[in-house]
Design a protein around this ligand. Sequence first.
Ligand code: PXL
Length: 283
Amino acid sequence: MHQKRVLAIHDISCVGKCSLTVALPIISAAGVECSGMPTAVLSTHTGGFTGFTYRDLTEDLVPIEEHWKTLGIAFDGIYTGFLGSFEQIDIVSKIFDEMGKGSVIFVDPVMADNGELYRIFPANFPQGMRRLCAKADLILPNITEAVLMLGEDYRDGPYTREYIEGLLRRLSAIGPAKVVLTGVFFEEGRIGAAAYDAEKDETSYSFSERVPGYYHGTGDIFSSVVVSCVMNGLPLSEAAAIAVDFTYRSIVRTYEAGTDVRFGVNFEAGIPKLLRDMGLGRE
Ligand code: PXL
């Protein structure tokens, strides 16, 4: 059997469980080879810590790709997350053109939450991410990232189905045939994701209970599970439902443990159930 291979292009935040330290274990556990292209090395992620180190690896990205081209390797999927600059967006866009011909392209336009662009990004950064999303097969924005890329004002929830389905269609019109939008809620106390397939013009929703607090890295956990499910051939609606449940359980486990949330959530303990939900792990 052909083992699928995904290239994950993210920073590596050494401590704090996000980006590559989440994508690698989750995608590997799902039986998919996960190659990594680290865009930067940080001592921790940028959310909630001060004094973190940041070594930019922009200069290494093209030589890494050039070497891979000499090896004749191909990727079944390319999955990008946090990118630190317009230059990195342009390089990744070129990697999609040069190495992504037969690949499913997943873009998580990590840059904002709760109505605000992360402070490290310039105000026009969403336009760069929009250009990258135009080349993707599947994008995974949260509501803030979605409205910033669409040039619309941020609204607080609860949302209506009409509003969410309008957002999904406008996002898909940028280019991607599939959109998974996170942070969707129609009532207080429950939150989840909407998955839209433009070819079928179908939208599905998955919700869980909302746990109080803000949990770093959970967007990357969610997206890594969706990537893992899609690469294993699961339908998008099922992929989103499994990812909502896995992320929710990781948050609850962490909330109950009362640990410092800056260090990320305990997703590791949920991996055996994740594999069962995906129909794997019975070998
Ligand atoms: O989880 C997203 C993310 C990834 N990488 C870095 C971050 C963040 C969110 O803050 O700071 C470096």
